[in-house]
Design a protein around this ligand. Structure first.
Ligand SMILES: *Cc1c(COP(=O)(O)O)cnc(C)c1O
Length: 815
C-alpha cells in the first residue's frame, strides 16, 4: 500500500502538532510486537475496555516507528514522533480502511452468516485462484479490528476480494459494510451462534443483511425471513433443497462413504456434482461456493473439476512440540504474501528459541512478477531476523540470490530425504506452504511423536482474562501473575511470555526450579519464589530470582549466603501469617525480624505479603477482614521498624473480585487468568483457556447384558455403541469421573463415561451419536467445564487443571 500521511490526517480529521505530513505510509499496524513495524508504519494505538496500546508507544519509538494514531500523546513523548490525535483509534482505523477500500473498484465478495464463513471464504479462494489475483481476509480476521486490517492489505495487483464479516451484536455490521463495500454477498448458514447479542433470529438476520445493503447480488439459502430484507436492486441468487423456484434447486442428495452426490437445476439445465464431503455443513458450504461459480459463469465441468479438489482446512496457526527440542508453527495450508506476514508476526511472538527458521513453498497468486514478489519476501525474511531459510519449489528459488543462509529444494520429497542432515535443533520453525506441497508431511516428520491427546491452550483467552482482571484494579496497582505448577497446568513458558508482553509487573512460582526454567528460556520479568528451600538459595541468587522469606531460620540462611556472595540490596519478599497458618511471620516474631534486617545492606525488602484463606467464600467475610486488619498491623510494624515503604499485597483472584478495597500496591492473579472464577456471574466474563482433546480409538457394539471395563461396573441393558478414548487416570482424569458421573463431548453431544476410568483409556456411550473412529472428542473445555467437573468430583478446578499429566502435549494457539 501507499498512502500519504496528509490524506490520512484529513480523512480522520486528526489533530496534529507541526508534523511532517509529506510522508508516505506503507504499512498499518496495531501489533506492537511485529518486527515489520518501521519508519513507514502507521501504528494505531487501540484502546479496548481492558487494554490500552498507548503503553507500547515508547518502545516502538525506540524501535524506529515514527507515526502514531492516538487518543492522547503519552507523557514525555511529545515531539518525539508524529502523533495524529483522534477521539477513537478503532474508529480511525475503520475510517482509514473505508477510505482505502474506495480507491479500488474490482468485485468484492462479502461473506457473513453464523457458521461456515471462514471455510466458504477459503474454499472460494481455492476455487477461484486459477483465474484471479485474490485478496482475502487472513485466517478468520472478521471483527471490527480484523476487517479493516484485511482491507488495508489490498494492492494494485488484486482483481478480486473475498472478505468475511463477523458480528456479535447489533450496530456492528453497518461499520463493516462501509469498510468492505461488497459487490457480491454470501449469507452462509444462519444458525444460532452468538445469539446472546440479539433479541431474536429476526433481528440477527436483519443485522447481517446490512452487509449487503449496497451489493449487486446476494447468494443465500432460500428462506422468506431473509428475502424480506432483499432490496429490489439486488439480484437474488438462492438455492434450496425444497423450493423449485430457487435459482439453484438441489433435487437429489446421496451419500457414499466419502462423497456426496447432488443433482441441481440451474437455468433449466440439470447437472450433477460430486462433493468430497459427507457432513451436512460441508455440503451446504460447498453449495454456497457452487452458486458463486455459477454466478461468475463457470461451466458445470470446470466446477466439478475444481470442487473435487476441495479439502478440509485448519484455520488456526498452531504451535507444536518438535523433535530435538524444536517448536513448530504449523501453517501448512496456505501460501500467499499476506498470510506470510501474519505468520511471521506469530513466529516472533511465539518463538521459544533464539533461532528462527522458516520453511516456505512457492507463493501463489500474488499478482506480482516473481522478481517483485520475492524481493518483498526477502525484505520480510531479513526484517524478521530469520536465521535459516528453506525454500521448497521452483519459483521460491528466486530467493537464492537475495538471502544468505538459505537452502533450496525442488520439492517436498527431496527435502524430506535430506531432513536428517539438516540438524534441526533448539529452533522455532515456521512451516508454511501451499496445499499442493503437502507440508503436513514435513510437520509430521518434525513433530515430536506423542499420543493423540492434547491440551489446547487459547492464548487470546488468557489475554482476555488478564485484561478483565486488570480493569478491576485502581490505577497504579501492580499485578503479579501466578504461573506456579506449570501455569496451573496450562504451560509455564508460553504463558509467561504472553504476560511479559502484557507488561505484568511480576511472576510468581512455587519452587526455584520453575523460576530457573523460565529465566533460562529468556523471561526477563522479576519472579518471586513462594516456597524456596534453603538448598535452592544459591541457584535463586544465580538466576536473579526473588525468594519469599517466611521464617527467621530461612532469613538467616539466606543472609549467610548473601553475605558470602557480597550481595547488595538483593530483593526479598516477607510473608506474614495472618490466619492461613501455612507459611509466614507471626506478630511475636516481628521484633526479631526487624532487628535482623535493620542496617543490613545485603538484602532489600521488596514487598510484604500475606495470603487469604477464605476470599472465595463471602460467608467468611469477617475472617477476611480480620486477616486484612492483621496484615495492616504486621506490615506497618515492619515498615516503621525498618523505615521502608515496600510493595504490599494480599489479594488472590477471588480477593480481587470480593475485596477491592484491599488491593494495596499489588495483587496476585492466579486461577482467573486460566479462565476460572469462583463466582458464576463473573465466570460469564471470562473466556475458556484450556480444551483437553483426544480422539476415538475404536468403536464397537455390545448387546444387552454385556459389560464394559474392569470389574464389569457397567452392564448394558440394551444394544449399545461404545467408543474407547486413549486418555485415563495416568493423564490426570480422576478415576471417580467414570461410573455414571462424568461425560465427554463428541460432536457437541454428551457421551457418558461407562464403568471406571482405566489408567490410559476410558470408554463412553455413543449409541446416540453419529461418530466414527478417529473423530475428535473433548474431555473438558466449554463442556464439560472444569468447574462442573470439580463440583461433581467434590474438588476444586485448581486440582483438575494441575492434574493433567506432562505426557499430555500442550498446543498453544491464537484465534
Ligand atoms: C496460588 C497463590 C495465589 C493465586 O491464587 P488464585 O486463587 O489462583 O488466584 C496467590 N497467592 C499465593 C501466595 C498463592 O500461593
Amino acid at each position: 500500500m501507499n498512502l500519504s500521511l496528509k490524506k490520512i490526517i484529513s480523512t480522520l480529521d486528526a489533530k496534529t502538532i507541526d508534523i511532517q505530513d509529506t510522508l508516505e505510509i506503507d504499512t498499518i499496524s496495531i501489533d506492537s510486537r511485529s518486527l515489520q513495524n518501521n519508519e513507514k508504519t502507521l501504528f494505531f494505538a487501540l484502546v479496548g475496555t481492558n487494554h490500552d496500546a498507548h503503553i507500547y508507544i515508547k518502545d516502538l519509538i525506540a524501535k524506529g516507528v515514527r507515526n502514531f494514531v492516538v487518543t492522547h500523546i503519552p507523557e514525555g513523548l511529545e515531539g518525539k514522533a508524529n502523533f495524529l490525535v483522534v477521539k477513537n483509534t478503532l474508529e480511525a482505523l475503520q475510517q482509514t480502511a473505508s477510505y482505502y477500500r474506495s480507491l479500488f473498484s474490482f468485485p468484492i465478495i462479502g461473506v457473513t452468516g453464523s457458521n461456515g464463513k471462514t471455510i466458504v471464504k477459503e474454499w472460494l479462494n481455492f476455487l477461484l485462484s486459477p483465474d484471479y489475483n485474490i485478496i482475502r481476509s487472513p485466517k478468520s480476521y472478521n471483527s471490527q479490528v480484523g476487517v479493516p486490517l484485511s482491507v488495508l492489505a489490498i494492492n494494485e495487483q488484486h482483481n478480486l476480494g473475498i472478505f468475511e464479516a463477523g458480528i456479535s451484536t447489533v450496530s456492528e455490521m453497518d461499520k463493516l459494510e462501509k469498510i468492505i463495500q461488497p459487490t457480491i454477498g454470501i449469507l452462509t448458514n444462519i444458525g444460532s451462534a452468538h445469539d446472546q447479542g440479539f433479541e431474536n433470529l429476526e433481528e440477527k438476520i436483519k443485522e447481517k443483511m446490512l452487509l449487503f445493503q449496497n451489493s449487486e447480488a446476494l447468494i443465500y439459502q432460500k428462506n422468506s425471513n431473509v428475502e424480506q430484507h432483499i432490496l429490489p436492486k439486488m439480484k437474488a441468487v438462492s438455492w434450496s433443497f425444497m423450493d423449485t423456484t430457487a435459482t439453484v434447486f438441489v433435487s437429489k442428495k446421496e451419500h457414499t462413504h466419502d462423497h456426496t452426490l447432488i443433482e441441481y437445476t440451474y437455468k433449466a439445465n440439470v447437472s450433477t456434482l460430486q462433493i468430497p464431503f459427507v457432513d451436512d455443513a460441508s455440503v451446504e458450504n460447498v453449495i454456497s461456493c457452487l452458486l458463486v461459480l455459477l454466478h461468475l459463469d463457470y461451466d458445470a465441468k470446470t466446477i466439478q473439476n475444481r470442487i473435487e479438489l476441495l479439502f478440509p482446512m485448519e484455520m488456526r496457526l498452531k504451535v507444536k512440540k518438535g523433535i530435538n527440542n524444536c517448536s513448530l508453527i504449523d501453517d501448512s495450508y496456505s501460501s500467499d504474501f499476506q498470510s506470510l506476514k501474519i505468520a511471521l508476526d506469530f513466529l516472533e511472538s511465539q518463538k521459544q528459541h533464539q533461532k528462527k527458521t522458516v520453511i516456505l513453498s512457492d507463493i501463489f497468486q500474488s499478482g506480482l512478477s516473481n522478481e517483485e514478489l520475492y524481493s518483498k519476501v526477502a525484505e520480510l525474511i531479513v526484517s524478521n531476523n530469520i536465521n535459516r531459510f528453506i525454500g521448497i519449489g521452483e519459483t521460491v528459488s528466486t530467493l537464492k540470490t537475495k538471502l544468505d543462509n538459505a537452502l533450496f529444494f525442488k520439492d517436498t520429497d527431496e527435502f524430506l530425504l535430506q531432513l536428517e542432515n539438516l540438524n534441526f535443533e533448539n529452533e522455532t520453525i515456521l512451516i508454511k506452504g501451499a496445499r499442493s506441497f503437502q507440508f503436513e508431511e514435513i510437520v509430521s516428520a518434525l513433530a515430536e511423536k506423542t499420543h493423540e491427546t492434547v491440551l489446547e491452550i487459547n492464548l487470546n483467552a488468557i489475554s482476555h482474562n488478564f485484561n478483565f482482571f486488570k480493569s478491576k484494579l485502581k490505577t497504579g496497582t501492580k499485578m503479579m501473575a501466578m504461573v506456579k505448577a506449570f501455569g496451573y497446568g496450562s504451560g509455564g513458558f508460553e504463558i509467561a511470555k504472553l504476560l511479559e508482553h502484557h507488561k505484568v509487573d511480576y511472576l510468581g512460582v512455587a519452587f526455584a526450579d520453575e523460576g530457573i526454567s523460565l529465566k533460562t528460556m529468556g523471561i526477563k520479568l522479576p519472579i518471586m519464589v513462594l516456597n524456596p528451600e534453603n538448598t535452592s538459595f544459591p541457584a535463586i541468587i544465580q538466576h536473579q530470582l526473588e525468594p519469599e522469606i517466611y521464617s527467621l531460620k530461612g532469613l538467616n540462611a539466606f543472609l549467610k549466603i548473601a553475605e558470602q556472595k557480597k550481595l547488595k540490596d538483593f530483593p526479598i519478599h516477607i510473608k506474614m501469617d495472618t490466619g492461613m497458618h501455612r507459611l509466614g511471620f507471626e506478630l511475636n516474631t516481628i521484633d526479631d525480624l526487624i532487628s535482623t534486617l535493620k542496617g543490613n545492606r545485603t538484602v532489600k525488602v521488596k514487598s510484604i505479603l500475606s495470603h487469604l484463606a477464605t476470599s472465595d467464600d463471602l460467608q467468611h467475610k469477617d475472617f477476611v477482614e480480620y486477616q486484612i486488619n492483621l496484615f495492616e498491623k504486621l506490615s506497618s510494624k515492619l515498615m516503621n521498624g525498618l523505615g521502608i515503604t515496600p510493595i504490599r499485597h494480599i489479594l488472590n483472584t477471588s480477593g480481587i473480585s470480593n475485596f477491592p478495597e484491599a488491593q494495596y500496591d499489588m495483587v496476585r492473579l492466579g486461577i482467573g487468568l486460566y479462565g476460572v472464577s469462583n463466582d458464576s456471574e463473573e465466570q460469564k466474563y471470562l473466556e475458556n483457556v484450556g480444551t483437553l482433546k483426544s480422539i476415538i480409538s475404536q468403536i464397537r457394539t455390545i448387546q444387552s447384558g454385556e459389560s464394559v471395563g474392569y470389574g464389569r461396573r457397567f452392564m448394558a441393558n440394551g444394544e449399545s455403541k461404545i467408543a474407547t478414548i486413549p486418555i485415563g487416570y495416568a493423564d490426570g482424569i480422576a478415576r471417580s469421573w467414570g461410573n455414571g458421573i462424568g461425560f465427554i463431548t463428541i460432536k457437541n453431544k454428551k457421551a457418558p463415561i461407562l464403568g471406571s476410568v482405566c489408567m490410559d483409556m476410558l470408554m463412553v456411550d455413543v449409541t446416540e451419536i453419529d461418530c466414527k473412529e478417529g473423530d475428535s472428542v473433548v474431555i473438558f473445555g466449554e463442556s464439560p467445564t472444569v468447574t462442573y467437573m470439580a463440583e461433581q468430583l467434590k474438588t476444586i478446578p485448581y486440582e483438575i487443571l494441575t492434574s493433567i499429566s506432562q505426557r499430555v502435549k500442550r498446543v498453544f494457539y491464537r484465534e
